[in-house]
Design a protein around this ligand. Structure first.
Ligand code: NDP
Length: 251
């Protein structure tokens, strides 16, 4: 699958840590041109240097706050301007989470989670689709949703709601844009240890949750590589509106 990504230009949001950084390294290792985007530009620049030293053909960092429409337009312009290759794939990976019982969630936190996890990917998808439609080019959107977009858990309601929205958004945009040659699919990882949830999974409650996973372990980022490359590449050429779960069995 990796060979299919050679020379493709992929924009990965939320690539300054965790899964986004992992996906960027994976893609660069396959010979893809990678643009990494997030708010912490210093971390992106360090990643780009790393990728360049490792021989990645084209790696660039762009500042992006997915909650800000102006920032989204500027980031897409920076990713596709100058001598950059035309964009082939958008990976909507940036996301935030918070563990709070529903009654304790303030409106501001709810707005931030929905704004980052759902409104951000929506705006980015629409802007990228416009670029592709206007250029008469096909495009691929891969949304990183979550198993919590399909099933619920206690204390994560706004996050689960945002990811369920991403799943429905994936299907709705796939339906509208198939005729433009734009495919939209979602990956729903189970739990992967990252900055997003480290504190929880290192707690006794987190350890208990791991015991309830049928395969009795968290996902490694590498467990996502095959499904990620499938959805990002032409190997999934007849797939759109699909939702792929990688969770070690149903929780
Ligand atoms: P991390 O916290 O490690 O990474 C989150 C990334 O999102 C960071 O690079 C952060 O960069 C970026 N980000 C957050 N807010 C914004 C913003 N407003 N604008 C741009 N970038 C932003 O978490 P993960 O790697 O775990 O999460 C990546 C994705 O995977 C998320 O969508 C998450 O919901 C999803 N996921 C994670 C699972 C897990 O168990 N870890 C399971 C299922 C899904 P910066 O702060 O520099 O902007």
């Amino acid at each position: 699958l990796g060979a299919l990504m050679r020379g493709r230009h992929v924009l990965v949001t939320g690539a300054s840590s965790g899964l986004g950084e992992h996906f960027a390294r994976l893609l660069a290792g396959c010979g893809a041109a990678v643009t990494v985007a997030a708010r912490r530009v210093d971390r992106l620049q360090a990643l780009v240097e790393d990728l360049s030293v490792a021989g990645a053909p084209h790696a660039r960092a762009v500042a992006l706050d997915v909650t800000d429409e102006g920032s989204i337009r500027a980031a897409l312009a920076a990713a596709t301007g100058d001598s950059a290759p035309a964009l082939d794939v958008l990976v909507n990976n940036a996301g935030i989470a918070a563990g709070e019982p529903a009654m304790a969630v303030k409106a501001d936190l709810f707005d931030r989670i929905i704004g980052t996890n759902l409104r951000g990917p929506w705006l980015l998808s629409v802007e990228a689709a416009r670029l592709w439609r206007n250029a008469g080019r096909p495009g691929v959107i891969l949304n990183v949703a979550s198993i919590l977009g399909l099933r619920v858990g206690r204390g994560v309601a706004p996050y689960a709601i945002s990811k369920a929205g991403v799943v429905q958004m994936t299907k709705a945009l796939a339906l509208e844009w198939a005729r433009h040659g734009i495919r939209v699919n979602a990956l729903c990882p189970g739990y992967v240890l990252t900055d997003l949830n480290r504190e929880f999974f290192e707690s006794p409650a987190g350890q208990k949750m791991i015991e309830r996973i049928p395969m009795r372990r968290l996902c490694d980022p590498g467990d996502l590589d095959g499904p990620f490359l499938l959805l990002a590449s032409s190997a999934s050429g007849m797939m759109t509106g699909s939702v792929l779960t990688v969770d070690g069995g149903h929780l």
